[in-house]
Design a protein around this ligand. Structure first.
Ligand SMILES: Cc1ncc(COP(=O)(O)O)c(C=O)c1O
Length: 357
């Protein structure tokens, strides 16, 4: 049986490709995304080899992990004959922005029911600004968003529209998208004869579940490690990861018996809470930007990056390890955090005295 450089059985790879190809799919993301070697950043943080899988470069309206997932989620919506999508999360949601862009590209309407949170009170910026430019119908909600999404769905149905409310089952399609990402990454790792010891992402849900499931099915040695963007109960997150991974395997018609032990996940680098930045975040983002010219988002990837650096310093990622860090995107939110950045970064204008004569 043919085996690749890193020992992956090509029959398994083929079976996985075939299972994923059976899912409905549209083409929104520019794939494969590059896998970048980061020698200057690696040297700056310790004796590890860091490779960054650039899912911030999936292409559509600043890209990110959701664009990769939406190939399948919107594939399902199109299969069901939908002409409108309804979704939403935080006011600076990357998911919402990528849904608005996907809908625009496919000629569908997008309704975004987002939270009227602190960031939205500071004005229309970052992702929210892009939601408007992309033509989405943006609504900000003080209370729970789900009832408003359901109400909107009924209203659109009564107008003869065919709305698709993004939710439940889509988590599995999103997880399958990240199983597919592992297949894509495996080819790239083969080309440079690299074998990761750890596969890291800013995630506590489909991204990490898919990376873990893909790695397990392909029998890769890389252990999936997730850094969460918000505080919460670790064992519940690990149970959730195993649950959605196993249900995704079932959807793909594959055997899987993943357990919570198959992942690591921590909220240790969240700081005060979701969306509130820390000094360690700003130090991390500056270090990556100043060593590799790569920018990351303030809500998810910053925190994961500060976690990655600390894991190297604490030898939880020991010297000599190869780490693949999946950059999940989210860059537009950076501009909604400009005030915090200026303050934590200590940035100031350096004005050259004018010569007006
Ligand atoms: C930039 C970014 N990274 C990571 C995530 C987390 O992805 P998941 O929900 O798959 O854990 C999100 C989710 O919105 C995101 O916007």
């Amino acid at each position: 049986m043919p085996i690749s450089e890193t020992g992956v059985d090509s029959a398994t790879t083929k079976a996985l490709h075939q299972a994923i190809e059976k899912l409905p799919r549209v083409k929104l993301a520019d794939l494969p995304t590059p896998l970048h070697e980061c020698p200057r950043f690696s040297e700056a943080i310790g004796q590890v080899r860091i490779l960054i899988k650039r899912d911030d470069l999936t292409g559509l309206a600043f890209g990110g992990n959701k664009t990769r997932m939406f190939d399948f989620v919107f594939g399902e919506a199109v299969k069901q004959g939908a002409d409108t999508v309804i979704t939403g999360a935080a006011s600076q949601s990357n998911h919402a922005r990528q849904a608005a862009a996907s809908a625009a590209k496919l000629g569908m309407a997008a309704y975004l029911v987002c939270r009227r949170d602190e960031k939205s009170k500071q004005g229309i910026q970052g992702n929210q600004l892009l939601d408007h430019i992309l033509g989405a119908n943006v609504r900000l909600c003080e209370g729970s968003q789900q009832p408003e999404k359901e109400r909107l769905r009924e209203e659109l149905l009564s107008q003869g529209k065919k709305p698709y409310l993004i939710g439940g089952h889509d988590q599995l399609l999103a997880t399958a998208a990240y199983v597919n990402c592992v297949l894509e990454m495996q080819n790239q790792l083969d080309e440079i004869a690299a074998e990761p010891d750890f596969i890291v992402a800013a995630s506590s849900s489909s991204t990490l579940a898919g990376l873990g499931l893909g790695a397990k099915l392909l029998e890769l040695k890389g252990r999936p490690v997730g850094f969460r963007p918000s505080l919460g109960d670790n064992s519940r997150v690990l149970d959730h990861l195993a649950d959605i991974a196993n249900r995704t395997a079932e959807l793909l018609g594959l055997e899987s018996n993943m357990s919570p032990d198959d992942w690591e996940n921590t909220d240790a680098y969240v700081g005060e809470n979701y969306g509130i930045i820390t000094q360690a975040c700003v130090d991390a983002v500056q270090l990556l930007a100043r060593t590799e010219g790569i920018l990351v988002d303030p809500v998810y990837v910053w925190k994961a990056l500060s976690g990655l650096i600390d894991f190297v310093r604490q030898a939880k990622f020991p010297a000599g390890s190869t780490v693949v860090f999946v950059h999940t995107g989210g860059l537009p939110a950076l501009f909604a955090y400009h005030q915090e950045l200026v303050e934590f970064g200590g940035y100031e204008d350096c004005i050259v005295p004018g010569n007006s004569s």
